[in-house]
Design a protein around this ligand. Structure first.
Ligand code: NAP
Length: 328
């Protein structure tokens, strides 16, 4: 963070609700808030507060009485999960976001922080994606239901500010990765999926790893700890409904990503590209200048370092699981 945006006690008197605070990104946001001195951080679990239901959203706000709500709860997954469940991705994300936002306005919460997604950008947006290009076209088809549902919170932020003066912001992180990511075969994103396959190939002496798509698409990845810093800084310093990208500025093709993952997992075999599977959006690279200008955010973790840390975390976690099963 640049010195102008060093926190000076802002969080000390703040009660914060972090929806999705037990998830991959949420865990890091909660850690960052506690480090920053937040007086209370409340993490509602979906089993107690199903935020798709409006009554649960209202009950949450009455129970927790927050000053600030950081909304991270979402149905999240990779290309295949989005392709298989488009209606659920649309309905649950839209209903959770719109109703919680409306309830926060009704309950006079000081500020709502909405975390959107790079999947809201048009399929063929000019790179680097500037926030001003968000409405220039339809998103890539496989993630459009998810991306558009989340994008409605941007409209809500702007209209509720104009009509009611309600303070909310909308941050758009790049694809995230890091320790604690989702490694489930049915819903993981590309980095955990590839790390898992390479580690498995090493353990089972396999010489081929299959990868979906042609490898020509590009992506930008943001380390999860960096994303958490950006969100907490935005929540403190930014008070405007213009959306803000949170990225690393580092564009990488999936082919080059696979090589980096091979290096970080010490996998020496081949990658076999399955071009019958979708590539998703052709290119993704964000213009990250607004986040730097408005609240001093710049990512700190290089992709190669973040991949190494994630691969080590994953290998340690499967080792612990194996030791635990052997003891049972
Ligand atoms: N992962 C990425 O690459 C990425 C990139 C850009 C933006 N984002 C955004 O970042 C946010 C967090 O993503 P993540 O990857 O950390 O996801 P995650 O690990 O799947 O966490 C999402 C959390 O949402 C909660 N949730 C889901 N449905 C809910 C419901 N009906 N009611 C209440 N809570 C519910 C879950 O809480 P329980 O555990 O209690 O069930 C879960 O812990 C999302 O808004 C996502 O759109 C993620």
């Amino acid at each position: 963070m640049t010195s102008k945006y060093v926190s000076k006690g802002f969080w000390n008197k703040k009660r914060v609700v972090v929806t999705g605070g037990a998830g991959f990104l949420g865990t890091k946001v909660v850690e960052r808030l506690i480090e920053s001195g937040a007086s209370e951080v409340f993490v509602p679990r979906s089993i107690n507060y199903n935020l798709v239901n409006r009554e649960d959203a209202i009950r949450l706000l009455k129970d927790a009485k927050p000053n600030i709500v950081i909304h991270l709860a979402a149905k999240v997954g990779g290309i295949w999960a989005n392709k298989l469940h488009p209606a659920e991705y649309f309905y649950e994300n839209l209903m959770m976001g719109v109703q919680l936002f409306h309830s926060c306005w009704q309950e006079k919460i000081e500020k709502f922080v909405s975390v959107g997604t790079v999947c809201s950008y048009p399929k063929f947006a000019t790179t680097p994606f500037s926030e001003d290009a968000l409405w220039d076209g339809y998103p890539e088809e496989t993630n459009a239901p998810y991306g558009l549902a989340k994008k409605m919170l941007l409209v809500q932020s702007q209209t509720y500010r104009d009509q009611y003066g309600f303070n909310s912001i909308n941050l758009l992180p790049a694809n995230l990765y890091g320790p604690g990511d989702n490694f489930d075969d049915t819903s993981s994103h590309v980095i955990p999926a590839l790390i898992k396959k390479c580690v498995k190939a090493n353990n089972e002496n396999l010489t081929d790893v299959e990868v979906w798509g042609t490898g020509s698409a590009s992506r930008e990845f943001l380390f999860v700890d960096d994303a958490a810093k950006g969100i907490v800084a935005g929540a403190e310093f930014y008070n405007c409904s213009e959306p803000v990208n949170l990225g690393s500025g580092e564009e990488v093709t999936i082919k080059s990503l696979a090589s980096k993952i091979a290096k970080s997992t010490r996998y020496g075999g081949n990658f076999v590209w399955d071009s019958s599977k979708p590539d998703g959006q052709p290119r993704r690279k964000l213009d990250t200048s607004r986040a730097l200008k408005k609240f001093g955010f710049q990512s700190e973790t290089k992709l190669s370092d973040g991949l190494k840390e994630t691969a080590e975390w994953y290998s340690d976690s499967i080792l612990q699981d194996t030791n635990f099963s052997n003891r049972k």
